[in-house]
Design a protein around this ligand. Sequence first.
Ligand SMILES: Nc1nc2c(c(=O)[nH]1)N[C@H]1C(S)=C(S)[C@@H](COP(=O)(O)OP(=O)(O)OC[C@H]3O[C@@H](n4cnc5c(=O)[nH]c(N)nc54)[C@H](O)[C@@H]3O)O[C@H]1N2
Ligand SMILES: Nc1nc2c(c(=O)[nH]1)N[C@H]1C(S)=C(S)[C@@H](COP(=O)(O)OP(=O)(O)OC[C@H]3O[C@@H](n4cnc5c(=O)[nH]c(N)nc54)[C@H](O)[C@@H]3O)O[C@H]1N2
Ligand code: SF4
Ligand SMILES: [Mo]
Length: 738
Amino acid sequence: MTHTHCPYCSLQCGMTLARTGRSLEVQPWPEFPVNEGALCRKGWTATALRGHRERLTTPLLRDRESGELRAAGWDEALDLVAGRLRELRADLGPDAVAVFGGGGLTNEKAYQLGKLARVAIGTSQIDYNGRWCMSSAASAGNRAFGLDRGLPFPLADIEHTDVLVLVGSNLAETMPPAARHLDRLRENGGRVVVVDPRRTPTAERADLFLQPVPGTDLPLALGLLHLLDAAGAVDEEYVAARTTGWEEVRRSIAAWWPERVERETGVETAQLRECAALLAGAERVTVLTARGAEQHAQGTDTVLAWIDLALALGMPGKEHAGYGCLTGQGNGQGGREHGQKADQLPGYRMIDDPAARDHVARVWGVPADSLPGPGRSAYELLDALGTDGGPQALLVFGSNIVVSAPNATHVTSRLSDLDLLVVADLVMSETAALADVVLPVTQWAEETGTMTNLEGRVILRERAVAPPEGVRTDLEVIAGLASRLGSPVEFSTDAEEVFAELGRASSGGRADYAGITYDRIRAERGVFWPCPTADHSGTPRLFGSSFATPDGRARFVAVEHRGPAEPTDTAYPVHLTTGRVLAQYQSGAQTRRVAELPDDGPFVELHPMLADRIGAYHGEPVVVTTRRGELKAPARIVTTIRPDTVFVPFHWVGANRLTHDALDPASRMPEFKVCAAAVGLDTPSLVPREGYSTTDPATPSTTDPATPSLVPREGYSTTEPGIVGRVASASERIETPA
Ligand SMILES: Nc1nc2c(c(=O)[nH]1)N[C@H]1C(S)=C(S)[C@@H](COP(=O)(O)OP(=O)(O)OC[C@H]3O[C@@H](n4cnc5c(=O)[nH]c(N)nc54)[C@H](O)[C@@H]3O)O[C@H]1N2
Ligand SMILES: Nc1nc2c(c(=O)[nH]1)N[C@H]1C(S)=C(S)[C@@H](COP(=O)(O)OP(=O)(O)OC[C@H]3O[C@@H](n4cnc5c(=O)[nH]c(N)nc54)[C@H](O)[C@@H]3O)O[C@H]1N2
Ligand code: SF4
Ligand SMILES: [Mo]
């Protein structure tokens, strides 16, 4: 029996792994506080990849002549990789080699990956998939509070708030055991507000559901703030004592009167007023954002607008109230603290800060001036691969870029221009399938390491079983490469030893782990950072008396609504948004291989009115087209989505051929959550006429056979969700999701 944590999302549910004979069974661990024994179906089936026939168990090298992958020994594979990296480094400099990490990697792996890049390779070119996850909330948190810890309080605190506002989170499907907090909150007399263009299972639990046009959460927040200010609901005492910048925000919200907000967001003024009244009357308000609000080219400003709202109400730092971001990946929090991010060193130190460089270089035993500066952000890094002056080799640990990167067709073509692509994975992901070298690694139950959950709680995953013969841990792979690259310092392969070094490297930094040990985590069921010394009890709650800014005050930031990078037009008249379903995880590399989890492939969720317009029936294939590509998938006709919006899950190849690569200027987050699309039937009339290019927005298109039915009828407003109930004809075809 081993107590450990689920291999998937940031809730990091505690579970017990029990061995019976040769099998490994998932059982509850009721004492672990975050999930109290509950798991979602991904957690219950997590051991299915153990002994799976598609598990990789030997290194693979691409044969130059046949183009096929063939089995190889570890020494042959690592020698080949290191040899080629040395050549590239000698010919083109260390930045010719790039590293791409993942928010699912343990703290120890993320730390060693950063050290591999900066010390053993000497490259500045390292970033990771967390850039696509919560980075906009991270930039906003740093700006407003001087610190980014997703939740500055334990998740269970939300049970005691009076009003909880969930902006772009579908936690009932993305972290199901957390949904019970919503139920308890309501039992305690609290209210829940959900903001989402789709009435999700999370929205079903809401007292008030706002259904804005994708990409308009920012004006929604400013509109609420406008009403609150007008009603005298701003906590002037708190604002004066604990913040700066309010007057500028106050001026900037003056013009966001409700009718303008309704025009922009599609949320009716009556609902807006209802929401403002709920907030104004509450003693404790908690605002939580997730990817729906954050994955936009104005994601940072959107989060700042919601933080402005929370600050104006006097909430951050108050008990059972405040602002938080629901981080996503298993180690989405720790993964952004220990050095796999382009601009960071361990302990959430900034790589361009001379004092930070000195400290970390001393721990690493190298001169500070040998450390490179900041590199490119995730998408910019991938976009530069194989180009003149860009990296010519890429090492990937813990991401399936081909499926999950925005504008994926372009990214895949960048990968194919590389001189060397190396992927370390457990299974043959779509990205591994393109690699020149595939390195088979252990998975969670077969190794030990720490993760930091969405609350900033550092937890321990203990090894429960031996790995299959032939695979190595990521730490062993990293160390093997480091020594072959002539690293001036040793790389430990022992997770506990690496954690102790990480503790020293983070000491005195913003995310200080120096006082945390494996034994303490075992004894205390997790320790919250910052925890600077062995006798420090850890920090479950932040900001009680001051914020992490130099003067201890939180910053109001005035923001402007720029709108989506790609607005709809007559050729691409609907909003495309993307996201998740309960039974699949991320790029699906792992969960699509679990037989117990339903895998029906991608689908296009659309409203009966839109379906009516294009003549689509439930289950019938439809084609979604954007300026970057198209996807054919069955229609799923539901009344729960806005009539002007379609939704496609990204767990399968396809959704990201459609998405836009516009980036947020501060966080470099791509705009996964909104772009302009056309949707039509998969019929011959959809084949572009001669001379008509689907990639040319300038082409006059109202006469195009693919789109005329999408031009709104007279009297029909695409921004008015209330119209839903008036369409009876399509209702026979409606199927709401279970
Ligand atoms: N089942 C499952 N659970 C997961 C994951 C998974 O892949 N599968 N992944 C984990 C990870 S890494 C993450 S980051 C989290 C993500 O967790 P969530 O953020 O909850 O998941 P998403 O489905 O990406 O987006 C949430 C909601 O945003 C809505 N949305 C789309 N556009 C907008 C918009 O413009 N504004 C607003 N307000 N809402 C919008 C979508 O309709 C969707 O319901 O989930 C974690 N948990
Ligand atoms: N359209 C659209 N695209 C999105 C999003 C969206 O909402 N919409 N969300 C974005 C978000 S929030 C995220 S987090 C990304 C996630 O997308 P990805 O980065 O693709 O995440 P995963 O599918 O978890 O990929 C992890 C890969 O690493 C492997 N792996 C798992 N554990 C380990 C390990 O310990 N070591 C190694 N070496 N490999 C391991 C897995 O088998 C898998 O192949 O997708 C982003 N892409
Ligand atoms: S909610 Fe997240 S951590 Fe918990 S069992 Fe499901 S996937 Fe695993
Ligand atoms: Mo994520």
